[in-house]
Ligand binder design. Structure first.
Ligand SMILES: [Zn+2]
Length: 329
């Protein structure tokens, strides 16, 4: 990887760096000490995945409880975020600000009241369906269906409590209907451009434009499988950022890297449950993830591409911060 120049290092240090998704499946034995890798890489805010449709909904509560406890008992370097002000406070104190997200509404167990409960526990964004259709809407690897009546109710409740609506992993129809319906800006916390890399998890131009039209932000993601033929490279990341900036402008682009705590064993990961990761889309265990340590090189790469400082600060974190300011209560 190219040398990091002083200007890039300084900008990366000075900018708010916001990673909108860390893709961990709660296992009960996660080494949360590894969060230091994010903090040491100049990341100021990280949303930790606390649950997804593949796991039983009760496990989401267990994960949230364990994460909260761990954060509370490691106050020297970490802060559980409740408000936007907490993010600024964490930065000023050199701490990593943390909150949670949910990948799929199986975590609600069919109960609308769970939206408010999860918000109080620190969940700040949630998507409808993880790859497969569920009681709320459609997933990206299933029949293309729209929102269900329950999914529509959940949007209204998310708008009410201040939880950000996320369309990652969803079907085309569900995402377009959600963006039409939400009263607040909608995001893709982690999705790349399908025009550049034709994978069902990536999103089409009309989805990217509809997201920006809500005032929202599309976060590109560092999952090698969704980036391109060379896997998890900063060069591929910048290609997806360039493409989206051309389409919707630099104020609507960010990232959710989906970096994992531990690398799956060969043959593990995407091959472990073919219902959620179909073989046609995930022929093997995957090609890895962009690491937190790579992110300063993203800042370097954007400078090298001629991006101005204001645009870079927005992409690194300012744009997702704006969404939090507008939506969180
Ligand atoms: Zn995901």
């Amino acid at each position: 990887m190219a040398q990091l120049e002083p200007a890039a290092a300084a900008l990366h240090r000075d900018a708010l760096v916001w990673d909108d998704h860390g893709g961990w499946a709660w296992s009960g034995a996660d080494k949360l000490e590894q969060l230091e890798r994010w903090r040491a890489s100049g990341i100021d805010y990280l949303s930790i995945n606390a649950g997804f449709d593949v796991m039983p909904w009760e496990l989401t509560l267990e994960a949230t409880s364990r994460y909260r406890h761990w954060i509370r008992t490691h106050p020297e370097h970490y802060l559980q975020v409740e408000t936007v002000a907490d993010i600024h406070r964490a930065r000023a104190e050199g701490k990593l600000a943390l909150s949670f997200d949910l990948e799929g509404m199986n975590a609600l167990n069919g109960d609308l009241g769970m939206v408010d409960l999860y918000y109080r526990l620190g969940v700040r964004h949630m998507l409808f369906a993880y790859n497969r259709n569920n009681a709320a809407g459609g997933g990206c690897h299933d029949e293309d269906v729209g929102l269900t009546p329950f999914g529509r109710e959940v949007i209204a409740e998310m708008n009410r409590v201040g939880m950000v609506v996320d369309c990652s992993h969803c079907s085309w129809r569900t995402s377009m209907e959600a963006m039409e319906r939400s009263a607040a800006p909608v995001i893709y916390s982690h999705a790349n451009a399908r025009a550049l890399w034709d994978h069902e998890r990536n999103i089409r131009d009309d989805q990217i434009k509809a997201c920006a039209a809500t005032g929202g932000v599309v976060g590109v993601t560092g999952v090698g499988r969704f980036l391109g033929p060379d896997g998890p490279t900063v060069a591929h990341l910048v290609e997806h950022i360039d493409y989206m900036v051309d389409l919707i402008g630099p104020d609507h682009v960010g990232f959710g890297m989906d970096s994992v705590l531990h690398v799956h064993k060969p043959g593990g990961g995407f091959t472990r449950n073919r219902d959620y990761w179909p073989e046609s889309q995930y022929p093997d265990g995957g090609s890895g993830y962009v690491r937190p340590e790579d992110l300063p090189h993203l800042t370097q790469a954007l400078l090298d591409r001629g991006y101005g400082e204001a645009a870079i600060r927005g992409i690194l974190g300012g744009n997702f911060l704006r969404i939090a300011e507008q939506v969180w209560k």
